[in-house]
Ligand binder design. Structure first.
Ligand SMILES: Nc1nc2c(ncn2[C@@H]2O[C@H](COP(=O)(O)OP(=O)(O)OP(=O)(O)O)[C@@H](O)[C@H]2O)c(=O)[nH]1
Ligand SMILES: [Mg+2]
Length: 612
């Protein structure tokens, strides 16, 4: 049986899905999740000294002005009757490496060593967590700002001693806990939510004793707070780490392409959609990707009044609905311009805080019922996306069945049909030897150049994989090769597809040649996809072999690492080293493409016609 059909059947057996929220830093992912799933805490607050009170509604998970959610957060119904957290931490070595960098920064700042190596400023969200982990906070002493990290650095005249002192304070050896349970059973739902909110905030900030820096926090919520009774197709909600740039990232690629039981919600603001997700879509929503379109949705996050400011043909629109319609059309047009087959019905609009004022107090003209109806409308839409995906897969299976029946029932081939086939085989065989140039190295260097100089230094210090910042330059290589090979070989594939179509159209009425050609057409896409993926995986390995991230002693990494702090031109010099190290890659890539094209595409296609 054909590979694709087997795959479709696997997809159809998936019982429920993880909803993955993907988007830029600070776009509003966590707010959207909390509002959609009613993960909020309602608290009574006094209004000044009036004796009156207001009910304020806040999100259970921490939200803020960007770089708030430190790792990945998985939210799911608890397998027990209680709430609890599970934490997967970053490995100690990675945290230690980061502490050393942070200490170096503070030490240089404290000792004003201007003549020395320029210290780099560590990433804000990591710095914040490290300050908490080591209890080196910025405080106010007698009204004066006081940075305890700088104070501690001043007490040491030697950097190594300072680092040791900070390691002691971090006490990583005692931070080995992985599960956080409530201290005692809760009397009320309110108490339970309050505990969840505070405990999450502390874990996310690195402030919980016994716990290290979280890479992933799984929040198990009791039935009272979250259940999917109305949505049996939902399994969990995943709040991914905000994207720093627009490039693909290994964890996101995993959710979009490698894991089948996911629905990916690409969150973007009303004004920018879909610019920030185009790059991701171009990477994954390719002409050959069969079942990606139905698992992707855009979640356009609008804020108060935005939709009413849209300018239509006759000036500003009359209503929010009209504004949304115009914007949806603009988004669809943007997809069309990039030739992306994004499903129009999978563009959702959410105004997460529409019922609340700036203080997060429910506006007087709304009721809890309005809030509930608005969120249920979107959740029903998401559930429907899953249903539509399954329907499309079912139709595909039926299509295959009809095709196979036609092949079996079809009459024998006429002489003319036989001639078409022989001719087609010859035409296909002409594509055996490829004559393409692949300019990978330059594209790869451009990508590396796009990292900020101090980030690039940190990447080099870690020989290419800076997990704390979600960067992996070998994954980058894979993504670039994929795009390059796909674009470069698209013409070859199109010519072959054209030749197959021609035979399909010319085949004699009622002969089995027509359905056979339809089947071949589908196989073509599958083979092409296999070529692209295999080449990308092999080339990522080639790049790894050339750069040697595992090598403890490597001349390349020694040279690259030693370059920091030695005057201007750091990035250019280091990129030059990379270029020298990778100088053979373009030729290796061309050879790799030829060989995989031959084995995974040509041979498999020609096999279709028999071995003669
Ligand atoms: N007015 C208004 N503010 C919003 C809305 N959604 C989010 N915000 C604010 O935008 C800021 C960022 O929101 P978050 O939900 O923390 O964003 P995020 O995408 O989770 O951010 P990171 O976790 O840092 O990547 C917060 O201050 C929110 O209060 C909205 O619909 N309306
Ligand atoms: Mg967040």
């Amino acid at each position: 049986m054909c590979e694709h059909l087997e795959r479709v059947e696997t997809l159809l057996s998936i019982p429920n899905y993880d909803l993955i929220f993907i988007g830029r830093i600070g776009v509003g992912k966590t707010t959207a999740i909390c509002r959609l799933f009613d993960l909020t805490l309602e608290e009574e607050k006094p209004i000044g000294r009036t004796g009156k009170t207001l009910i304020k509604s806040t999100e259970l998970l921490s939200t803020g002005a960007g770089r708030t959610t430190i790792g990945e957060v998985v939210i799911q119904p608890s397998d027990t009757s209680d709430c609890y957290f599970e934490i997967e931490s970053y490995p100690d070595e990675q945290i230690e490496e980061f502490i050393i960098e942070t200490c170096t920064y503070f030490w240089h700042k404290a000792h004003s060593t201007s003549a020395d190596v320029a210290p780099e400023i560590p990433a804000a969200e990591l710095l914040r967590a490290i300050r908490n982990l080591t209890d080196l906070r910025e405080a106010k002493v007698e009204g004066r700002a006081c940075d305890t990290a700088i104070e501690l650095a001043k007490q040491h005249s030697n950097l190594d001693d300072f680092i040791d002192a900070v390691f002691d304070r971090a006490g990583l050896e005692d931070r080995t806990q992985a599960k956080l349970l409530p201290p005692q059973p809760f009397g009320t739902l309110q108490e339970e939510k309050r505990w969840l909110k505070t405990a999450f905030a502390n874990l996310n900030l690195g402030k919980t004793p016994g716990f290290s820096l979280p890479k992933r926090i799984t929040v198990h919520l009791s039935d009272r707070i979250l259940n999917f009774d109305r949505y049996p197709k939902f399994r969990s909600i995943i709040d991914t780490r905000g994207m720093d740039n627009l490039h693909d990232r290994a964890d996101l690629a995993g959710y979009i392409r490698e894991r089948d039981n996911t629905i990916c919600l690409l969150a973007e603001t009303f004004t920018s959609a879909p610019t920030n997700v185009l790059e991701l879509l171009n990477q994954h929503l390719t002409p050959e990707s069969k079942d990606i379109d139905t698992k992707l949705a855009m979640l356009v996050l609008l804020q108060k009044g935005e939709a009413e400011d849209v300018v239509g043909l006759d000036g500003t629109v009359e209503s929010e609905t009209e504004g949304i319609e115009i914007r949806a059309q603009q988004i669809t047009d943007a997809f069309a311009r990039d030739n992306l087959k994004f499903l129009e019905q999978n563009i959702l609009f959410l105004d997460a805080l529409q019922h609340y004022d700036e203080q997060r107090v429910l506006k007087h003209y709304y009721t809890e019922e309005d809030v509930r109806n608005a969120r249920i409308a979107i959740l029903d839409n998401i559930q429907d996306i899953i249903y539509q995906r399954e329907q499309k897969l079912l139709r595909e299976v039926e299509g295959y069945e009809v095709m196979f029946e036609q092949i079996q029932a079809g009459g024998v081939l006429t002489q003319a049909d036989e001639d078409y086939v022989a001719n087609l085989k010859k035409k296909i065989a002409q594509h055996q030897t490829l004559n393409h140039r692949f300019l990978f190295v330059n594209r790869y260097l451009d990508r590396l150049r796009s990292y900020h100089a101090s980030t690039f230094r940190a990447i080099n210090a870690r020989r290419g994989v800076y997990e704390l910042s979600g960067i992996d330059i070998y994954f980058d290589a894979k993504a670039i090769v994929e795009r390059l090979v796909r674009a470069e070989l698209a013409g070859e594939k199109e010519q072959i597809a054209g030749a197959i179509s021609l035979v399909e159209q010319s085949a004699s009425e009622g002969s089995k040649l027509q359905p056979v050609m339809q089947f071949l057409q589908k196989q073509l896409d599958q083979f092409f996809e296999n070529v692209v993926m295999q080449v990308a995986v092999e080339m990522a390995q080639v790049v790894e072999d050339y750069l040697g991230p595992e090598a403890e002693r490597s001349e390349f990494w020694n040279t690259v690492q030693a370059r920091w702090g030695r005057g201007p031109g750091y990035r250019d010099d280091v990129l030059h080293q990379y270029k020298t190290q990778l100088k053979d890659c373009d030729a290796v890539l061309a050879a790799c493409v030829q060989s995989i094209w031959q084995s995974e595409f040509m041979q498999r296609l020609l096999l279709f016609f028999g071995d003669d």
